[in-house]
Design a protein. Structure first.
Length: 119
């Protein structure tokens, strides 16, 4: 068995300890790095889907979310009733296994998951 060990040095401006402080600037750094990545429904070909993308975005800030959006909703512990609202044009929503529509969004700096029960 061959074991190889590599040691490298990072410049001070290329490394930061985790968790990061959650600031608009740090969120923008991560979102710019993630922008343009292919979409992978159910993490097809190891690309993120919506819930995995939100999980990846928040993990550097020390916020650990479950993998699936329905479990992420349950882990939040609270919800807001939006049943009186109509989805806006451009909303991307899809049914989950419990016949709910789930969509993660970041709206004006507020992370939210829309969960609507289908009739």
């Amino acid at each position: 068995m061959v074991v190889r060990l590599s040691i490298g040095l990072a410049k001070r401006n290329e490394f930061t300890a985790m968790p990061w402080k959650m600031t608009p600037e740090n969120i923008a750094v991560l979102m710019k790095a993630m922008h343009g990545a292919p979409y992978g429904w159910g993490n097809f070909n190891f690309y993120n889907d919506c819930s995995a993308e939100v999980r990846s975005l928040l993990m550097p800030f020390g916020i650990f979310l479950p993998r699936h959006s329905s479990a992420q909703v349950e882990s939040a512990g609270r919800g807001v009733d939006l049943s009186h609202k109509n989805p806006k044009c451009g909303s991307i929503i899809s049914p989950d296994t419990e016949n709910r529509l789930l969509r993660w969004s970041i709206f004006q700096g507020i992370l939210c998951c829309i969960s609507v029960t289908q009739p």
